[in-house]
Design a protein around this ligand. Structure first.
Ligand code: DAH
Length: 337
C-alpha cells in the first residue's frame, strides 16, 4: 500500500502537459471524490499495518498537495500562454503602424496647383452647394440649356434653384464678385452630375478651373500657358493642339489635346490610335460673362480653362476604370506613394 502511494507520488511529480483537457483529466484521476486514486487510498487507510500508518498518512497528504499544486501550476501556465496568443502581453513591443499614402487624385491635384502657382496663379475655392446664378446664369447659359436639366444637375430646391455645382466654373463668378482685375486664379474642387456610374463616368468627380483677366490678355497667352502646363505635367516632349469647340461662357472656345505620353504620339489603344488625348476645355471669357459680373469688357479680356482631375490622373498613370478612385481599396491606393 505504502509502495503504491510512493509510486503515485513519483508519477504525479513527473506529470507535465500544456493542454487544459489533459490537466483536468489528471486532476480527476487523482482527486475525484468518486473513484479518484487518492480518495481510494484514503479508504484503504484502515488496512494499513499500524506501524506504517504514520508514514502512509504523510505520503498521502504529500501526494494530495503535490497534485493540487501541479494542477494549479499547469493551469496558470496554460492561461498565460492563451493571453499572449490573443495579444494582451503588455511587455511585447508595439506593432509598427503603416503610414498611409496620398490619394492619386490629391497627388495630381497638388501637382497641377504647383505648376500654376509657379505662373503666379492664386487658389480660390467656392461652395459645393450653389445657386443657379453662379453655376449657370452668370456664365451665360441660356435658360433652355440642357446642362440645367434635371438629368444632369442634382437639385436640392427648386424656385429659387439650389443645386450641387456641376462644374468649378461657378468659382469664376464668385472670384469676379469679390476681386477687381487683374485676376489670375485656379479653383480646384469637387463637382456633381446626375450620371450613371461606369468605368468612364461618376456622379462625383474633381475639376480645376483657371481664370485670367487683365488688359490685353490674348488667345496666344492662353495657348502659351496651356503648353507650359502640359509640358510640365506630361513631360517636356509633349505637344498640344487646340480644336474649335463651344462653351456658353467662352468665345471663341477650344478643346485641348496633349500628345499621348504612353506611345509618344505614334498611336496606341489608350489614345485610340490617334496619338492625341483630350485633357481640357478652354476659351476667351465671353464678354457677356464679364459684363454680367461687372467687369468692363471694353477694358479687359481674359481666358478660362477647366479640366477633370480624374481624367488627367487616368491618362498620367494609365488607369482604365474611374471607379477605382472612389472604392478606397488599399491595394490600389498604396501604389501611389
Ligand atoms: N466647365 C466646363 C465643364 O465642366 C469645363 C470648362 C470648359 C471650363 C471651358 C472653362 C472653359 O473655364 O473655358 O465641362
Amino acid at each position: 500500500m505504502l509502495d503504491k502511494a510512493k509510486e503515485l507520488l513519483q508519477e504525479a511529480e513527473e506529470f507535465v502537459s500544456d493542454i487544459a483537457d489533459e490537466v483536468d483529466e489528471f486532476r480527476i484521476k487523482y482527486l475525484s471524490k468518486k473513484g479518484g486514486l487518492i480518495t481510494e487510498l484514503f479508504k484503504d487507510f484502515k488496512n494499513v499495518p499500524n506501524e506504517q500508518k504514520k508514514e502512509f498518512g504523510q505520503v498521502l497528504n504529500e501526494l494530495k498537495n503535490k497534485v493540487l499544486d501541479k494542477v494549479n501550476f499547469l493551469n496558470e501556465k496554460i492561461k498565460s500562454k492563451d493571453t499572449v496568443k490573443i495579444g494582451l502581453d503588455l511587455t511585447l513591443s508595439g506593432d509598427a503602424k503603416d503610414f498611409g499614402s496620398r490619394h492619386p487624385i490629391s497627388i495630381v491635384r497638388n501637382e497641377i496647383i504647383e505648376i500654376f502657382t509657379r505662373l503666379g496663379f492664386t487658389i480660390s475655392e467656392g461652395p459645393e452647394i450653389e445657386d443657379d446664378l453662379h453655376v449657370f446664369s452668370a456664365l451665360n447659359f441660356p435658360p433652355e440649356h440642357p446642362a440645367r436639366d434635371m438629368q444632369d444637375t442634382f437639385f436640392i430646391e427648386k424656385n429659387p434653384d439650389i443645386l450641387l455645382r456641376t462644374h468649378t466654373s461657378s468659382v469664376q463668378v464668385r472670384v469676379m464678385d469679390n476681386q477687381k482685375p487683374p485676376i489670375r486664379t485656379i479653383s480646384p474642387g469637387r463637382v456633381f452630375r446626375n450620371e450613371a456610374i461606369s468605368a468612364r463616368a461618376h456622379c462625383i468627380f474633381h475639376q480645376i478651373e483657371g481664370l485670367y483677366i487683365d488688359k490685353n490678355v490674348s488667345f496666344a497667352d492662353l495657348k502659351q500657358t496651356l503648353e507650359y502646363f502640359a509640358k510640365e505635367l506630361f513631360g517636356q516632349n509633349s505637344k498640344i493642339r487646340l480644336r474649335p469647340s463651344y462653351f456658353p461662357f467662352t468665345e471663341p472656345s477650344a478643346e485641348v489635346d496633349v500628345s499621348c505620353s504612353l506611345c509618344g504620339g505614334k498611336g496606341c489603344n489608350v489614345c485610340k490610335y490617334t496619338g492625341w488625348l483630350e485633357i481640357l476645355g478652354c476659351g476667351m471669357v465671353d464678354p457677356n460673362v464679364l459684363e454680367a459680373n461687372n467687369i468692363d469688357s471694353n477694358k479687359y479680356t481674359g481666358f478660362a480653362f477647366g479640366m477633370g482631375i480624374e481624367r488627367i490622373t487616368m491618362l498620367k498613370y494609365g488607369i482604365k476604370d474611374l471607379r477605382l478612385f472612389f472604392e478606397n481599396d488599399l491595394r490600389f491606393l498604396k501604389q501611389f506613394q
